[in-house]
Design a protein around this ligand. Structure first.
Ligand code: ZN
Length: 458
């Protein structure tokens, strides 16, 4: 056991971006013999996997991994490894490890701060930065992490170019004092959708990512050496959904967008541009429904049964959606992805994993499109075995979440589901009404009095 423990420590450290970064600063650059199929680091990890009898570390070293050396990338980081889609190894969860999602206050948008692994030194990913105020919140959280060597994210994902996901991105990345490092950034910009046109923020973010002075990683997980532009993050029609393993063992399976949805965004970019102009977006403002005055007559079944109007937004359809799994825990991070796309892509991994027709077991679902009625459908919910449902919105502009979506979650989202809201708003507080909770058995969680943002431990 002592030998195993020693190897584990070595394997944990060698190949760890933080150690490589520290060594690089001491003038010890990465060596080619550290990597590759028979390199020191993968060999040590294989030995650890053998000693542990687990598969997870071994899967990091298979031939599909693109090492930092192979891609000619800076020594500080290694891209997420794309692995075969397989049944995740049933690793015994380290009794002390964490997997937590915090829905930061992002007005009517999304900003998800996710931590996993050792709680004393957790690894992190960030998904979207949907309000300028969210950029300030994220910045102060980053500053509180301490020295620059601690300010590391394994990944930043900008799911799509809607204002409620992108508004804080430029202020966050443009902040010169943050000293933060992202090991990879997933974003489908104008080169990825095939047109030199774009909403100003999307274009500016692309320019910022391409600035040689910043040397930021961009879609490294899917981009081969020598490609002129980063490859798109998208599903291909003839392959199963790709799975990526981040350092520390977080597995991400891509469930949206399809290549066709990205192409469509490229074709209709000019139209999307017009729709996304701030003034135009306000035209889409939706009035909140009238308050419920008689809960005895409040008909949840009728709400759930209401017909679904298909979401035709090409921007929403271009959302990056991910199944994130850590040890035996999973969350579906949907951006604003279309419900029918999620249904289609969930079925395939279940087949690949030898569970055709079985429900996908989740700890939590982040409702797509802030709990919009057309994004949370009964066919989607019935594919899932999930006890928790996360809603990120203060209800501004589009009056999210829609009652139809929450009614479907309560009636079709498993036994006594729990709803998590990152704001308490006039639109969502009815789900905390005692009469409804007693009648349907659901639970509802909100930030504490006067606060916004909610941490959900998985
Ligand atoms: Zn949105």
């Amino acid at each position: 056991m002592t030998t195993s423990g020693q190897f584990e420590r070595y394997a944990e450290w060698w190949g760890n971006p933080d150690l490589q970064w520290a060594l690089a600063k001491l003038g010890v650059p990465e060596r080619p013999y550290w990597h590759g199929e028979h390199g020191i680091v993968p060999t040590a990890k294989r030995i650890v996997a053998l000693l542990r009898g687990a598969h997870r570390l071994a899967s990091q070293t298979d031939g599909q991994r693109k090492s930092a050396v192979a891609t000619g990338s800076p020594p500080a980081s290694a891209p997420p490894a794309e692995t075969r889609l397989a049944t995740p190894a049933p690793n015994a969860r380290h009794s002390t490890s964490i997997f937590a999602v915090e829905m930061l206050p992002a007005d009517n948008g999304d900003c998800l701060w996710i931590e996993y692994g050792d709680p004393s030194r957790p690894r992190r990913i960030l998904i979207d930065c949907g309000a300028v105020s969210a950029a300030r919140t994220v910045a102060s959280r980053i500053e509180s992490l301490g020295a620059p060597s601690e300010r590391v994210f394994e990944l930043f994902v900008l799911t799509h170019i809607d204002a409620d996901h992108i508004n804080g991105v430029l202020p966050l990345f443009g902040n010169p004092n943050l000293n933060v490092r992202f090991e990879d950034i997933w974003f489908n910009g104008w080169h990825q959708v095939g047109r030199f046109l774009g909403i100003k923020q999307g274009e500016d973010f692309s320019k910022l990512l391409e600035d040689p002075a910043r040397s930021l990683p961009w879609n490294r997980a899917v981009t081969s050496k020598g490609e002129k532009h980063p490859a798109p993050i998208a599903l291909s029609s003839d392959k199963p959904p790709p799975m990526f393993e981040l350092p520390g063992g977080l597995r991400l399976t891509l469930l949206s967008p399809s290549a066709d949805q990205l192409k469509r965004l490229g074709r209709e970019w000019r139209q999307v541009l017009l729709e996304l102009e701030p003034g135009k977006a306000m035209l889409g403002r939706r009035r909140p429904p009238p308050p419920v005055t008689d809960f005895a007559k409040f008909d949840l079944e009728a709400l759930a049964r209401k017909s679904v109007t298909k979401d035709t937004s090409v921007a929403n359809g271009s959302s990056i959606a991910l199944l994130a799994e850590f040890d035996e825990h999973a969350i579906l991070l949907t951006g604003d992805a279309h419900a029918d796309m999620l249904v289609k892509s969930i079925e395939q991994p279940q087949r690949e994993r030898g569970r055709p027709g079985q429900k996908l077991k989740l700890e939590a679902l982040k409702l797509s499109h802030h709990g919009s009625a057309n994004a949370t459908t009964i066919p989607l919910l019935e594919l899932l075995d999930c006890p928790r449902y996360l809603v990120s919105s203060n209800g501004n502009i589009f009056s999210h979440p829609d009652r139809e979506a929450i009614a479907r979650v309560i009636l079709h989202g498993g036994h006594q589901p729990t709803l998590y809201f990152n704001y308490r708003s006039p639109l969502n507080e009815l789900w905390d009404e005692r009469v409804l909770r007693d009648r349907y058995g659901h639970k509802a969680e909100y930030p504490s009095e006067g606060k916004a943002g909610l941490l959900v431990r998985l």
